[in-house]
Design a binder for this molecule. Structure first.
Ligand SMILES: Nc1ncnc2c1ncn2[C@@H]1O[C@H](COP(=O)(O)OP(=O)(O)O)[C@@H](O)[C@H]1O
Ligand SMILES: [Mg+2]
Length: 414
């Protein structure tokens, strides 16, 4: 029911009543000259309830290197279509010291928003490698020296993360004062009045800017395991498994997981662990959502290698295709590559390195030669055999060899 449904008839009634009254009392005055008194309508009772004031929750993403932290945030910003800036926490220093000020993150965001302060104030600021700004244990070796790259940066980020107005000087404003060849202003939208130096300062409210921080936090798992093992037993008894590698749940002696996957120690992270790691409590309390990424498993790596858009296999297949060469990998070879990458421990980043060294020789030899078909087998990945080559017209032999390999693989699985 809308406002008009309720009140329209009432208004009409009163208007008609008034007209009748007029005609009764004063016959000489035409009704057109009389305007009805505006009645005091009661305020509509069914207005929408005022929505609550929403606030953001900044996010801290903890995950091993190459598990897709940066990719995740990039994809999020792309899907949401908001301005997005990536900064490295390692380059930040406290204000006044050599290095970048934390305001640079906002300046980059403004650039990404095409100098529209309103749009920039709705963006996402991503700060990578945030574990590198943990407080240096023991005051960085020197008594009384200031930790300008660690704790100093945390303190500088505090206000900005919660919400403050950051003044950003547009880069290169000094040169911008003199328009080259008297060009009538540059194509920059916004409140820039040409010629005024003040107008190149933008004020950006960061209270609605989402801050996503991420890092690998090497060594944090040890802190978590120590806390969990101690807390669950008491009497300060050290009941953790002597060899933590033998059993992935060794740090949880009485915990039976209801999934078969090994427990990721990072899942049990608590703010106290992060404080122990070297973050000041004020900083951690401004990150209400702490989330963790598990290391990529071999099946995950296999999907990244072959299935995702822009996968490495599709890239190299296309690359060879440009020189008229068909390259194929047997299933066993792909599995072998993934196993190798998982052993290397660089996450999905390891895959490219393995592919590069694997295909170095074919990429050098094949283009411009008579070779038209290349087959990569698992023995090739292990370095026991060179890649197999076939020339033009030998396509049938190439396909037969590939089919044989796949059949052997199927036998093994069975
Ligand atoms: N889950 C995933 N799906 C697809 N590709 C991934 C995934 N995780 C990592 N990658 C690949 O690995 C590369 C490195 O990932 P990145 O997000 O930079 O890792 P980090 O966690 O160290 O920031 C990316 O360029 C991407 O190609
Ligand atoms: Mg990264």
């Amino acid at each position: 029911m809308s406002y008009m449904d309720v009140h329209e008839p009432a208004a009409k009634d009163s208007w008609e009543e008034m007209q009748e009254q007029e005609q009764d009392s004063t016959s000489g005055i035409s009704s057109a000259q009389v305007r009805p008194l505006r009645q005091n309508f009661p305020l509509p009772l069914h207005t929408q309830p005022i929505p609550p004031l929403f606030e953001k929750s900044n996010v801290l993403v903890i995950g091993p290197t190459g598990s897709g932290k940066t990719l995740l945030v990039r994809t999020l910003a792309k899907v949401l279509d908001v301005p997005f800036s990536v900064s490295d926490a390692t380059s930040f220093t406290q204000a006044g010291y050599v290095g970048e000020d934390v305001d640079m993150a906002i300046q980059r965001l403004l650039q990404a928003a095409n100098y529209d302060p309103l749009r920039a104030s709705m963006g996402i600021v991503y700060i990578d490698e945030v574990d590198k700004i943990a407080r240096k244990a023991g005051g960085a070796g020197m008594e009384g020296s200031r930790d300008v790259g660690g704790e100093g940066v945390q303190q500088a980020l505090l206000r900005m993360m919660e919400g403050s107005v950051v003044s950003v000087q547009a880069k290169g404003s000094a040169q911008a004062e003199i328009p080259p060849f008297g060009a009538p202003g540059r194509s920059r939208p916004g409140q820039r009045t040409p010629g005024a130096a003040k107008s190149d300062v933008y004020h950006i409210d960061t209270s609605n800017v989402l801050f996503i921080l991420s890092g690998a936090f090497v060594g944090l798992d040890t802190i978590i395991k120590r806390r969990v093992a101690k807390g669950s037993i008491g009497f300060t008894a050290k009941l953790t498994s002597e060899n933590p590698d033998s059993n992935s749940n060794g740090f949880l002696p009485f915990f039976t997981p209801n999934r078969s996957t090994p427990t990721n120690a990072f899942d049990l992270v608590d703010t106290s662990d992060l404080v122990k790691y070297g973050f000041i409590p004020e900083f951690i309390s401004r990150l209400p959502s702490i989330t963790t990424l598990s290391p990529l498993t071999v099946p995950d790596l296999r999907r990244i290698l072959t299935e995702v858009k822009g996968s490495l296999v599709s890239q190299y297949t296309a690359l060879f295709g440009y020189s008229g060469v068909e390259i194929r990998f047997t299933s066993a070879a792909l599995d072998e590559i993934c196993l190798k990458a998982a052993e290397r421990g660089g996450g999905a980043r390891g895959l490219r390195g393995i592919m590069e060294s694997l295909l170095l020789e074919p990429m050098y030899e094949v283009p411009g030669s008579s070779v038209r078909h290349v087959l990569i087998k698992d023995t090739t990945v292990r370095g026991e055999e060179p890649p197999m080559y076939w020339s033009r017209g030998e396509g049938a032999a190439f396909w037969a060899a590939w089919a044989d390999e796949e059949a052997i693989m199927k036998e093994k699985v069975r």
